[in-house]
Design a protein around this ligand. Sequence first.
Ligand code: SF4
Length: 260
Amino acid sequence: MSNQQNAYLKAMGIDVWIERNPSNISSPETSQPEVSHHVESDAKQDEPIPTPLHKTEYAVKSEVSVNIDRLDWPALRSSVAECHDCDLSKHRTKTIFGAGNQTAALMIIGDAPSAEDELQGEPFSGQAGKLLTAMLKAMGYQRNDVYISNLVKCRASENQDPGVEEVTACAPYLVRQIKLVQPDLILVLGSVAAQLLLKSKSTLSRLRGQLHYIEDINIPVIVSFDPAYLLRSPNEKRKAWDDLQTAMKELSNIANSKNL
Ligand code: SF4
């Protein structure tokens, strides 16, 4: 690991001295998914969550039907800004569309914009955003190298996660963003985004440590912690670093296979 990466791991709040003793490190090859103490029964975990990600049409105020799946970036951004398709529009002051490199190899998807995101007009702002920037730098990326978006484009009301209805209403925008970016890998940060995108009731701990695919979207997905959660639970940062290493390895494999 380079000195620069060590510096960024320090910025993430991970003690780099631990890395001098390889026996203490969970490598992507050896790390096991954590088993949560709050897991649901296996029967429940197998039940898919009904989140249709492929609704491609919605009616705008003028009642003109718009095919979201054909919109380019400017038209997509405008459609999101004018959208009132779910109750989250009642609380927002503005929509948070997404930001970054529109042809990125790595796409980050979080749960929902925070109040700070709404103030700044960008996903993952504030302290959680600073931690995400440090995480990306540890992976060798600048923030502008990747594309960052959220499951829903409007802030949820105080301390509430977006529900299935809101995610279903907003899904076509995210699906179109994914199709426009065409990333090599998607890193999903947060349990709400992970469960709803992957249609799974498994806990985040169970979803970590393996490759997934969003239904009908042939792009590998890796799941990890929301940076806002890592700020509250710094002991989990080392597990997050394991996830980032897995993502780096997968991205490297994909890049190598493209060069063959
Ligand atoms: Fe529209 Fe999505 Fe905002 Fe709901 S969350 S109002 S679907 S942009």
